[in-house]
Write a protein that binds this ligand. Structure first.
Ligand code: AMP
Ligand code: FES
Ligand code: ZN
Ligand code: ZN
Length: 306
């Protein structure tokens, strides 16, 4: 198969776009897609400062790479959760972030070591609190959201960018639709604006790009990342939903993208407007971040007894 744009052999074929490209034109296409999403959804402008949450995985390192290539002012944030369990997951992923940054002069980043700052690693907190029993992921999500928001705000960044790709977004949407969790559905978007209560603007420049496309980009451009999934992700519902969606995509290429884009159109038409009505937020009495119940926020309650 030949590249659509030149005579070189195609290295990557995207059935859902009926497009095959070579090793030069594929990365170009990929970067242009991200740039288009940034502009289309008004994620951030060239003069704004962006904080990229980098996990050491392919999506977030690809995102950081693309934003730097496009000339955006993008710094990294790595949250060290202290996940060890014999595989040294956190240490290994942190190393990937450090290696990535060492090769690029403009890639500056902050590390937040959860144990050093708050007293316990994620597995330790998850064992101690009821919320975490058997499911560290829920506590992990809470910690990551809090830390990301804090660093974005304290560092004076205009937006927080995460590496969520189309497969991630579609799996979450699918799960929420299965249970008709309309409140969550209403709050799923490529951009969440900053709120008066101190929540930072959140953006997902890769929300329209397939996981396969991310993998191809990192492979072709030589970005080294951590292949392992977090050990706690095994058996996660979102992974099962991804499996179902992959089978549908296999039979009918483009299913995921259509599902997501149709959702965004429905959302734009205020299909979920009642659900989108803001819940009342209060500042946490300890950290000041917005919380729905007056008093301590869920994050600060985690550490009350440490
Ligand atoms: P996940 O929740 O693992 O699916 O990751 C979703 C996004 O959150 C990634 O693409 C990153 O942008 C960000 N992220 C996940 N883990 C970390 C981490 N340990 N430090 C910084 N950002 C992270
Ligand atoms: Fe948070 Fe796995 S990365 S529990
Ligand atoms: Zn080509
Ligand atoms: Zn708090």
């Amino acid at each position: 198969m030949k590249c659509r744009k030149c005579d070189r052999p195609a290295v990557f074929n995207m059935r859902q776009h009926k497009l095959a490209l070579c090793e030069v034109h594929y990365p170009e296409w990929f970067v242009a897609q991200a740039e288009r999403a940034i502009e289309k959804y008004h994620m951030f402008g060239p003069d704004e400062r962006v904080l990229v949450a980098v996990s050491g995985g392919k999506d977030s390192l690809a995102l950081w790479d693309v934003l730097l290539k496009l000339g955006y002012r993008a710094d990294g944030l790595y949250i060290d959760l202290g996940i060890d369990d014999g595989t040294g997951y956190s240490a290994a992923s942190r190393e990937k972030v450090e290696q990535f940054a060492a090769r690029r002069t403009k890639a500056r980043f902050t590390v937040v070591d959860v144990k050093a700052e708050y007293g316990e690693t994620l597995p330790e907190v998850a064992r101690r609190v009821r919320r975490g029993r058997g499911k560290p992921c829920s506590v992990c999500g809470l910690i990551k959201r809090h830390v990301m928001n804090r660093v974005t705000r304290d560092g004076g960044y205009d937006a927080l960018a995460t590496g969520h790709n189309l497969d991630d977004e579609v799996a979450v949407l699918f799960g929420n639709v299965l249970h008709w969790q309309t409140g969550y559905i209403a709050r799923q978007a490529p951009v969440l604006p900053a709120s008066d209560e101190g929540l930072a603007r959140k953006v997902k420049p890769f929300c329209r790009l397939y996981e396969r496309e991310m993998a191809a980009y990192t492979l072709i451009t030589g970005i080294d990342y951590i292949y392992d999934e977090c050990p706690y992700a095994v058996g996660a519902t979102s992974l099962r939903h991804k499996g179902v969606l992959n089978r549908m995509e296999e039979e009918s290429p483009g299913t995921k993208l259509q599902f997501y884009l149709s959702f965004l159109r429905a959302r734009k038409a205020w299909f979920f407007c009642e659900q989108a009505e803001a819940v009342e937020l209060h500042p946490c009495t300890n950290c000041g971040q917005a919380t729905s119940v007056p008093g301590l926020c869920a994050f600060c309650r985690l550490w009350e007894r440490v």
